[in-house]
Write a protein that binds this ligand. Sequence first.
Ligand code: HEC
Ligand code: HEC
Ligand code: HEC
Ligand code: HEC
Length: 151
Amino acid sequence: MKERIDIAFMLIMTCALVYFCCLWFPVSGAFAEEEKEQAVFVGWDKCKPCHAALVEAYGGFKRSRNFRILEMRGREHDQQCLPCHTTGYAAPGGFVSVDKTPHLTNVQCETCHGPASLHIKATTREEKKKTLSIPRNLCTECHNTHGHREY
Ligand code: HEC
Ligand code: HEC
Ligand code: HEC
Ligand code: HEC
């Protein structure tokens, strides 16, 4: 009799174990995939090895140095100004502050093309194209008034 109960107990435990494994694996699998999917900002120094001409051309354009106009006015910590004068403001891996993320000041490549960590890791041309986009209707997010009215 005791043996029967032991076997029944074992069976129940095994079933429970299998059941919980089945519940857990898809969930943990989904987590892993989410981690893999989420691209973060890297800063434009990382684009140079492959897009040297673009970085040089864009870097010579004054728009690419627009953070200096905040610094000249002592506004480099002003939350009101940072969203449009930095890269990836308030986004995962994006600009936090001048001290913590100095490589993400200014409007850089990733402001328009999105976070590029997955693009850099991608190994094929196809993947490269899929991991970053050509922006549409983006400009007006920042260029939404005729100049500034704050001062
Ligand atoms: C290891 C090399 C490499 C690095 C580093 C790299 N790229 Fe690329 N990038 C490529 C290749 C290859 C393509 C595909 C070119 C093609 O087929 O026209 C590409 C394409 C692109 C495209 C066009 C995507 C499309 O939809 O057609 C953009 C935008 C881009 N890169 C931006 C960036 C930015 C911004 C950075 C830096 C944060 C960067 N890349 C870093 C190699 C690189
Ligand atoms: C909604 C996005 C946005 C915010 C927020 C923003 N800016 Fe700008 N800023 C821009 C854009 C776009 C330009 C370039 C075109 C223009 O002048 O409108 C610019 C240009 C400038 C210029 C040079 C041209 C000019 O008008 O003198 C200065 C200086 C400047 N911003 C300072 C600031 C300061 C200081 C703040 C915070 C009080 C701020 N910006 C907040 C988007 C923004
Ligand atoms: C102000 C927004 C903006 C910024 C900043 C920007 N791009 Fe672009 N980029 C665009 C747009 C819009 C297009 C599509 C142009 C077209 O369709 O002709 C484009 C096209 C591209 C392409 C594909 C076509 C080509 O010319 O090869 C690449 C690669 C690229 N950008 C890389 C970069 C890199 C690298 C940087 C930083 C040095 C950068 N971009 C900065 C908006 C931007
Ligand atoms: C994240 C905010 C942001 C986005 C998005 C953005 N810009 Fe800008 N842009 C700025 C800021 C800030 C300046 C001011 C640079 C300066 O005056 O030094 C600027 C300056 C410019 C200038 C130079 C204006 C001048 O007075 O010389 C041009 C041209 C421009 N942007 C075009 C574009 C286009 C086209 C797009 C879309 C593909 C775009 N921008 C998207 C923030 C942005």
